[in-house]
Design a protein around this ligand. Structure first.
Ligand SMILES: [Zn+2]
Length: 133
């Protein structure tokens, strides 16, 4: 049984037969937000540890490790932030009823692709050609 109660479906001018896309996007967005929050807490922890280490030990034996850890976290935070921006845009497209329209060629994005990658803006062909450009 995969029926979605009508009351929970996202209203949209041309949402068509994809009432669950809004729920997918919301779920993905919530997960991304949670990940971002965790990463920022970790990042702050690393920064505080670095301050402690500097106070405790002038030689700062952990220096390079902390810097590396901080860089790693910073890039994960960047990734999560841009995913979040993509998902926000996808939600706006859903409201406008254009979530299944490819931004490059204006073609239709397959429902299976939207289910697998709810934040996508391109049809499979454009995504593939874009990647191998
Ligand atoms: Zn396309």
């Amino acid at each position: 049984m995969t029926a979605v109660p009508a009351s929970r479906a996202h209203p949209g001018p041309s949402a068509g037969d994809a009432p669950s896309l809004g729920l997918l996007l919301e779920a993905e967005r919530a997960a991304t937000l949670a990940r971002l929050r965790t990463l920022r807490i970790e990042f702050d922890g690393v920064v505080l540890d670095a301050l402690d280490a500097n106070l405790d030990d002038e030689h700062d034996p952990e220096g390079p490790t902390i810097a590396w850890e901080r860089a790693q976290l910073a890039s994960l935070i960047d990734d999560a932030s841009s995913s979040l921006a993509d998902l926000d845009e996808a939600l706006q497209r859903l409201e406008r009823g254009t979530s299944a329209t490819c931004e490059r060629c204006g073609g239709t994005i397959a429902a299976e692709r939207l289910e697998a990658r709810p934040g996508t803006r391109e049809c499979i062909r454009c995504a593939w050609f874009g990647r191998t450009r």
